[in-house]
Design a protein around this ligand. Structure first.
Ligand SMILES: [Zn+2]
Length: 154
């Protein structure tokens, strides 16, 4: 998990270099220093988006660490479920980051519901490519994603 956090940190640093190197405060709430976990998990917009995503997956998690979110295994040891959740985590991070940058540039930020919908659409498209031999139904995906994944035999 350590490697992943570093990747995101690099992304944050690289992006900052070109955009707002002078800014040390979070551009969204402007009262805390910006860290990876703050920016991607606990800042208000990010927290609301995670709340929606976790509720969509029916997961209980109060952690404010991005590593913890990546490490969740919603269906125990089910590998497919773990891979799909990891994909969803990356897509969620992407949209949170996109919203953050929209804020920095004074552009329109997607609403929380619209963001969730984007994550669901991108996730569905990605999953269909990744598992092109498996049939996934959109209605199941948006209503109860884990219902599509059969638990693996022990
Ligand atoms: Zn903030």
């Amino acid at each position: 998990m350590e490697g992943k956090k570093e990747d995101i940190a690099v992304l944050v640093k690289l992006d900052k270099k070109g955009i707002d190197i002078d800014s040390v405060l979070c551009p969204n709430c402007t009262n805390v220093g910006e860290s990876v976990d703050h920016c991607l998990v606990s800042c208000s917009n990010a927290a609301l988006i995670w709340n929606k995503v976790l509720r969509w997956w029916n997961i209980n998690c109060n952690s404010s660490s991005i590593d913890d979110l990546f490490a969740l295994s919603p269906l125990g040891s089910n590998t497919q479920c773990k891979i799909i959740w990891e994909g969803i985590t990356w897509i969620t991070v992407y949209y949170i980051w996109k919203n953050r940058n929209a804020k920095v540039f004074g552009k329109k930020i997607l609403s929380i519901d619209a963001t969730l919908q984007e994550i669901q659409i991108r996730g569905f498209e990605w999953m269909k490519v990744r598992y092109n031999k498996v049939f996934f139904e959109w209605a199941h995906w948006v209503n109860d994603p884990m219902s599509m994944l059969n638990p693996e035999p022990p």
